[in-house]
Every structure is written in C-alpha cells, then in structure tokens.
Design a protein around this ligand. Structure first.
Ligand code: FMN
Length: 285
C-alpha cells in the first residue's frame, strides 16, 4: 500500500517535470518499473554550483567504470576519460575560459575523449591494412565519447552528484590537448564539472515534442510557430536574465530562446576546430 503511494508520487514527479519541460501532458503509469530512474532522467538539470565537499576517488572510479560500460559502436571502444587530479592543470584549463568560474570551483573535473588512436595501432599490430581513415572514424569516436559522457552523468545523478558538461574546452582544444598529452587521433569531446550540488538547480524547458519527436518520417510542421510558442512558454517559466551582445543587436522587447541562439550563432565560433582535428591526424573526407 505504502509502496503504491510512493510509486504514484514518483509518477506525478515525472509528469510534472515533463510538463514543465515540454509544455504538454505526458501521462505516467504508476505501475511501471524503473520510475526512480525515469524521475532522475526527466528531472535532469545541469549543476554549476557545488559544495566544498570532496568526491571520493573510489566513487569517481566506480562512476567512470559504469560510464565506460556504455554501448560502443561495433564494440570498437573509442571513448576514454581523463580525471584531472592535478589542481594546477584544472586551474590552467579554467583560466582558458574565465567566464565559466564553475570549472575552477568543481571538486572534480573530467575530460571525455574521442579516441580513434587504438584502431590503426591494432591494424599495425595485426599486420592488416587500414582503409578506413576517413570522416566516419572521427564521427564514431565522437559518438562513443558523447555516450560515455551521458552515461557518466546518469551514474553521477543516481548517487546524488551534479554535473555540467563543458564544450568550451574546445575553444582552446590545442592547449587542452597539450595539457593532457593527447596523442594523434585523440581529441576532447567535452569537459565535465562534477560535485555535490550546492543548490537544486532547475529544469530547462525544451522545444515542444511536435518539433523534435517524429513518426515514420521527418515532419517539419510549422517550425516558426512552434519556436514562437516555445519562446513564450520559456519566457514565462524561465526568462533570460541577460541579453547577449546588446552592443551589436540592441535590447529586444521580447528576448526568447530563438533570439538568444540566433545572436549566439551570429558570431563565428570555433572556426579553427576543423584545423585542430586535422592536425591531430584525422582525415575528414
Ligand atoms: C555537449 C555539451 C556541452 C556543454 N558545454 C557547456 C559549457 O561549455 N559551459 C556550460 O556552462 N554549460 C555547458 N553545457 C550545458 C548546457 O548549457 C545545458 O545542458 C543546457 O543549457 C540545458 O540545460 P539542462 O542540461 O539543465 O537541461 C553543455 C552541455 C552539453 C550537452
């Protein structure tokens, strides 16, 4: 009886999180298994403020092992994790990105790697040709890296830790690569701040499911209308506190997600990343 009440409460938690996320109802059957896991997934939020409390290395190793249990394309196992234990290195990485102080503050900082270095080595060790040195090699390794990152975040959330991925380390991928001694064909996918959350943080609304969930075929629908509706819903729930680059674009009356993202991508970002990846030995043709 008590168990059923608990399941109903968890089901309600999931329904509330999804309603806030997507602005529409997503009914949850209280008899489903795994509701606790669904509650954590649906209630996902990044954390950028952490308690000054250490995360045991033993726990980190356990979470990394869980993360590296993630599926891997063709069992090729092309993702690695660097645990940055050296505080000077963490500070050096943080100093590259001064507008994200949570990098220096994080009790633990990890870097998730796409590692396509082992495959050509295996070909050489086993005296085989390697005719697959093209874009797909890079893509597969990055996908594996991203899946391991996500799996780590899920494992961390299960034990109550908070995380924030940091793709901004790729703004200075060459420096990060040198700091971490990354060999050829190994590139950073993202960093990750990890720690015990200092605050609850909040659910970030997403585009409505009509825009991102398709049946049988890609359905464009009325994208402009869906984006307007999302902008308004998001503005009601979680308005932007600051407008991006007002010196260039002025102050908008209504400042929604689409205005923010349009302004963000009106500046060239990481235009040199392709050159970095090529310099690391990837062929992207
Ligand atoms: C691959 C990836 C890279 C990210 N990079 C950064 C980053 O450099 N700095 C940062 O503060 N947040 C970063 N984030 C966090 C996103 O800003 C965050 O996920 C997004 O605003 C949605 O919020 P939510 O995850 O709480 O729903 C990143 C997230 C992902 C998945």
């Amino acid at each position: 009886m008590q168990e059923h009440a608990a399941s109903q409460a968890t089901a309600k938690l999931i329904e509330d999180a999804l309603a806030e996320r997507f602005g529409e109802a997503c009914p949850v059957d209280a008899d489903l298994r795994g509701l606790d896991e669904l509650a954590r997934i649906s209630g996902h939020r990044v954390h950028r403020r952490f308690l000054p409390r250490a995360v045991e290395p033993k726990l980190m190793r356990l979470l990394c092992a869980c993360a590296l249990s993630a599926p891997s394309k063709s069992d090729l196992q092309q993702a690695d994790i660097v645990v940055v234990r050296d505080q000077a290195k963490q500070r050096a990485i943080a100093a590259l990105i001064p507008d994200m102080p949570w990098i220096a503050d994080a009790p633990v900082f990890l870097v998730f790697l796409a590692d396509a270095s082992r495959l050509p080595t295996i070909a050489w060790l086993r005296n085989k040709p390697f005719p697959n040195d093209h874009l797909d090699l890079f893509f597969n390794a990055v996908v594996d890296g991203a899946i391991v990152l996500t799996t780590f975040m899920r494992a961390a959330a299960a034990v109550g830790l908070g995380c924030c991925p940091i793709s901004a380390i790729r703004d200075r991928a060459d420096v990060v690569s040198d700091l971490l001694a990354l060999p050829p064909r190994v590139v950073p996918v993202a960093g990750l701040c990890v720690g015990w959350p200092a605050e609850e943080s909040h659910v970030t609304p997403r585009l409505g499911l009509a825009a991102t969930l398709h049946e049988d075929r890609y359905q464009e629908g009325d994208l402009a209308q869906q984006i307007d509706a999302y902008d308004r819903r998001r503005e009601d729930l979680r308005p932007y506190r600051r407008q991006r680059a007002p010196e260039r674009w002025g102050k908008a009356q209504a400042y929604g997600w689409s205005e923010d993202k349009a302004r963000q991508y009106a500046e060239p970002l990481r235009a040199d990343f392709g050159a970095f990846v090529r310099a690391k030995g990837f062929r992207l043709e």
